[in-house]
Write a protein that binds this ligand. Sequence first.
Ligand SMILES: NC(=O)c1ccc[n+]([C@@H]2O[C@H](COP(=O)([O-])OP(=O)(O)OC[C@H]3O[C@@H](n4cnc5c(N)ncnc54)[C@H](OP(=O)(O)O)[C@@H]3O)[C@@H](O)[C@H]2O)c1
Length: 235
Amino acid sequence: MLQDKVAYITGGSKGIGLGVAKGLLKQGMKVAISGRNLNSLTKAAKTLGGNDSVLPLSSDVTHLEEEEQAIKSILNKWGKLDVVIANAGVGRFAPIDEMAVEDWNNMINTNLNGAFHTLKASVEALKASEGYYMTLASLAGTNFFAHGAGYNATKFGVVGFTQAVMLDLRKYGIKVTTIMPGSVSTHFNDNQPSENDAWKIQPEDIGKLVVDLLKMHPRTLPSKIEVRPTRPDLK
Ligand SMILES: NC(=O)c1ccc[n+]([C@@H]2O[C@H](COP(=O)([O-])OP(=O)(O)OC[C@H]3O[C@@H](n4cnc5c(N)ncnc54)[C@H](OP(=O)(O)O)[C@@H]3O)[C@@H](O)[C@H]2O)c1
């Protein structure tokens, strides 16, 4: 049922975005992945099979015009857009009195403004396809913690943004969901995935979750999903 549907995943060069891309390609979908570094995207596209079903696109989500260009490239190549996943995100953690202004602004511009830019650039295509828009928020979008003020602010924002967007867009037949993971084994915050991460959610698990959402009956919408490691760090 997902064969030949077209998806766009921001932050698709590694981590969760790459895991979701793998999951969607297995379903026969066509997938565009974006990020700021075309070189790493081209490498990622090779690991995804390097065929015509994958489109690597350089786009920084902090710039609306780059997202608009990315959507144009997808429509030029495949003629439609069914699924948009605003996944690109960064995290910098520090007590608020030590938080660098640059880190604060980068988180807001990437995690929150980026999700808006991606939607703004794609919403007409999603209306045309009666498509699906998802955001990658976080459990940090509902649980606040010390040293997390900037990241918490963006992810609480993403959760509120996505839920309001869901109410705005459902009349067009567009589904909207925010996924709120706990710890996932990725490169987030300079982590190096290793066997020590075995207890964490793996990126392909989020890929399977996204596929399940896309296969959900049209009348039913899980609009906000918390997903966490079954058992926290086993050490
Ligand atoms: N890992 C976790 O435990 C966890 C938990 C909950 C939520 N999340 C969320 O999941 C999302 C994905 O994170 P991840 O864990 O997969 O991290 P990751 O492994 O560091 O991957 C982040 C991706 O985002 C891209 N990116 C960063 N800034 C960007 C920008 N301005 N424009 C376009 N792309 C950009 C990166 O590529 P470039 O750097 O090359 O641009 C990379 O492809 C984030 O929104 C994160 O907040 C992660």
